[in-house]
Design a protein around this ligand. Structure first.
Ligand code: ZN
Length: 258
């Protein structure tokens, strides 16, 4: 995860954030070279564990990963604000000090780098989620995709991304698609009950990727962390969780589209 920020900087032809620890991911840089803009689309909590179980239900994402696929490792703790903060700084909790989405960055971010170069950035997510509360708050454009009221609420995030790109064409855009995390918590990542949401996610991602691709964006699809099932969870209680250093929580798939 610490390599993402330097990768975005390299694609934009800008220096990495000052405290970035990770080096650029060469495969992504060479494939997406020449992209004038970069979009990071993060499917919250969609780690390699759930991906391995359900990729057969997601023909679009499966086709992307068949071409280009790597595994990233979340930083600890494997929770949302910490890892989104790592994506935009290249450093871990010790460096960025973002433990909750209400915190302020203790170091330079991609938003700062892009701003200094005269460009614009956007952070997008559902109301009350890290995408807006942390990323949107620090980016030039705060994209609120609406309340997380239903399992297809990320349609609002996709619509907001399109609206922002139409209006501003920001050089850097980062989006949190948050319903994967919500539904995995509720059902458990291995439950077949997550499949309808994942099928909708696949359709949404196809629309979004094709839209961004047509507008000159280099696109990276990743996740902030994974989830594991809570064994023997009582009825009506949370069936999936994350935060540990187990492979199910820290390994996430990543693909990219030029
Ligand atoms: Zn998350």
């Amino acid at each position: 995860m610490t390599q993402v920020a330097a990768t975005v900087s390299a694609l934009l032809g800008m220096p990495p954030p000052a405290q970035a620890k990770g080096e650029p991911i060469e495969d992504i840089v060479s494939d997406l070279k020449g992209a004038r803009r970069v979009a990071l689309l993060a499917l919250d909590a969609f780690g390699t564990y759930a991906w391995g179980l359900w990729r057969g239900e997601m023909p679009f994402l499966d086709s992307l990963h068949t071409r280009r696929s790597i595994t990233l490792r979340s930083v600890m703790p494997s929770i949302t604000p910490v890892n989104f903060a790592t994506m935009v700084t290249g450093t871990d909790l010790e460096g960025h000090r973002i433990e909750t989405f209400d915190h302020d960055f203790a170091c330079e971010t991609l938003f700062d780098v892009v701003r200094r170069a005269g460009g614009q950035s956007a952070g997008v997510g559902l109301t009350g989620f890290t995408g807006t509360k942390l990323l949107g708050r620090h980016a030039d454009i705060d994209g609120d995709g609406g309340e997380p009221i239903s399992d297809d609420a990320d349609d609002g995030v996709a619509d907001k991304i399109i609206e922002i790109v139409e209006a501003y064409q920001p050089e850097f855009l980062i989006a949190q698609l948050g319903k994967t995390d919500d539904v995995f918590h509720r059902e458990g990542p291995s439950s077949p009950a997550v499949v309808p949401m994942l099928r909708e996610t696949d359709v949404r991602m196809k629309k979004l990727v094709e839209y961004l691709q047509a507008r000159g964006y280099g696109i990276v699809v990743l996740a902030d962390h994974g989830q594991h099932d809570i064994e023997g969870a009582p009825e009506g209680q949370m069936k999936g969780t994350h935060g540990t250093d187990s492979p199910k929580d820290v390994l996430v798939p990543c693909t990219w589209i030029s």
